[in-house]
Design a protein around this ligand. Structure first.
Ligand code: ADP
Ligand code: ASP
Ligand code: MG
Length: 469
């Protein structure tokens, strides 16, 4: 069995879905389970429709466009009964969505719970379209709503999966379908709570759904079909000569995705690694290329460096104290506060001589986190043992990643040397104890140049075939 996940661009147009149909056809004897994202840009559009509704305006035009895009795609790819059935189902879903948006318009309130419900429609519609296309091409596909199988807690927009329950439900439900000769076409990204309330697993999480499915059915491999040739030495939108990596380890992939390589959701590796299921990243539009394979093995590379990744739009929250005021208790309360808000802390730095602690977080979490910290430490700030809780905005983090960096001297020297030569200021540095990466903070205006310079200085680009040295 192989679990194949197709991303937004891969199901984003009639031509793209034709490619998907060809790929499924070519590998169908291997027993496939298909996981899909919403059509490209649909999740973004659903989010803005919900926002618009919460401001009291019903997003009539956007809803129309959404329906029309799905209908046109169905009409181009399916005929007869299949076409009619898919059109009916899309129409019914749009009707349901319209009712929900109407409710949000009346209430002028958008809870994370409603936002998740609205976001779920993208994947619920894309599976209808693609499944109709597959059936019209003679393949016995069945749509599967992952909300029946993927069980999560109530952390809306970024819900945590109940692995044991999800694993049990997925294997019970899906193995029966596959052994009955069906090709399940499963919604990525979405799940539900025990009470059946719709949740989502975080942006880009269809990859994660694929890996949960693969773990549950004990698939041989997971293939992530996307719009680039594989995991690359850098984001190809930043570095024009970024190169595809033939082979990386789960740890390297996890590190790269954690530090911004959008090509894989960071949680994807977790279910796969447990059963050592290889993950392949492949290009839907160039299916003859092998892409990247991710397993537990690491291949050597010069200096051990494989990739340079980055995350933009971050800020540093700085908690500044006076002598001795930053105690272990301060740390405990700091992290209790961020944990309660579910603020993801990307990096922590502390210089013991400076009596301050800095937390690197997404700029979206900035205002809320500062407010919560000010409330938590109000007495200390009032009596002066903590000076200030402040924010440094407009930052980005860059990570140099590679399994072979461990024990290779000179990587930091080279990285910071090149940035020094180009007068790029480094705001803070961290190195994980795993020594799989060195990450550092720069001004976001320096981000592109920093990634380009570091990528070039380790000679990662171009036609170099360092993996075969
Ligand atoms: P999908 O919709 O198929 O899930 P995504 O947009 O989520 O696709 O991820 C693929 C994109 O990730 C690529 O188009 C590329 O621009 C971006 N990307 C960022 N960093 C990397 C990297 N290191 N290697 C490959 N792609 C990357
Ligand atoms: N459609 C969702 C998103 O845009 C999930 C995914 O594409 O993986 O975030
Ligand atoms: Mg993605």
């Amino acid at each position: 069995m192989i679990v194949m996940k197709f991303g937004g661009t891969s199901v984003g147009s009639v031509e793209a879905i034709r490619q998907v149909v060809e790929i499924v056809e070519a590998y169908r004897e291997r027993q496939l389970l298909i996981v899909l994202s919403a059509m490209s840009k649909v999740t973004d559009s659903l989010r803005s429709m919900a926002e618009e509704a919460s401001e009291g305006r019903e997003p009539v035009a956007a809803l129309e466009n959404l329906l029309r895009r799905h209908e046109e795609t169905v009409c181009a790819l399916a005929d007869g009964d299949e076409r009619q059935r898919a059109l009916d189902e899309c129409g019914r879903l749009i009707g349901e969505l319209s009712g929900i948006l109407h409710g949000i318009t009346l209430l002028r309130e958008l809870s994370p719970r409603s936002a998740d419900l609205v976001s779920s429609f993208g994947e619920r519609m894309s599976v209808i379209v693609v499944s109709a296309a597959l059936r019209s091409a003679g393949m016995p596909s069945t749509t599967v709503d992952a909300r029946e199988y993927v069980k999560t807690n109530e952390r809306h927009t970024d819900a945590e999966v109940d692995f044991a329950e999800t694993d049990r439900l997925l294997s019970e439900g899906l193995l029966a379908l596959v052994s009955g000769g069906r090709i399940p076409v499963i919604t990525g990204f979405i799940g539900s709570t025990d009470e059946g309330v719709t949740t989502t697993l975080g942006r880009g999480a269809s990859d994660y759904t694929a890996s949960l499915v693969a773990g549950a059915v004990k698939a041989e491999e997971i293939w992530i079909w996307t719009d680039v040739d594989g995991a690359m030495t850098a984001d190809p939108r930043i570095v024009s000569d970024a190169r595809v990596l033939d082979e990386i380890s789960y740890l390297e992939a996890a590190e790269m995705s954690y530090f911004g390589a959008k090509v894989l959701h960071p949680m994807t590796m977790l279910p796969a690694v447990k059963q050592e299921i290889p993950i392949r990243i492949r290009n839907t539009f160039r299916p003859d290329i092998d892409g990247t394979v991710i397993t537990s093995r690491t291949r050597p590379a010069p200096q051990g460096v494989k990739a340079v990744t980055s995350i933009d739009r971050l800020c540093l929250i700085m908690v500044e104290g006076t002598m001795l005021s930053i105690t272990p208790d301060t740390h405990a309360r700091l992290f209790k506060t961020t944990a309660e808000r579910k603020t993801q802390v990307i990096m922590i730095t502390q210089a013991s001589s400076e009596h301050d602690i800095c937390l690197l977080i997404d700029e979206k979490d900035s205002a809320g986190t500062v407010q919560a910290l000010k409330a938590e430490f109000r007495h200390e700030v009032a009596e002066g043992s903590l000076e200030e809780i402040s924010v440094q905005p407009d930052l980005a983090v860059v990570a140099v990643v590679g399994g072979g960096m461990k024990g290779t001297p000179g990587i930091a020297a080279r990285t910071f040397g090149i940035l020094g030569e180009h007068k790029i200021n480094i705001i803070a540095i961290a190195q994980g104890s795993s020594e799989l990466n060195i990450s550092f903070i720069v001004d976001r205006n320096d981000l592109q140049r920093t990634v380009q310079l570091v990528h070039a200085s380790f000679e990662l680009g171009g036609s170099q075939d360092f993996e075969h040295h």
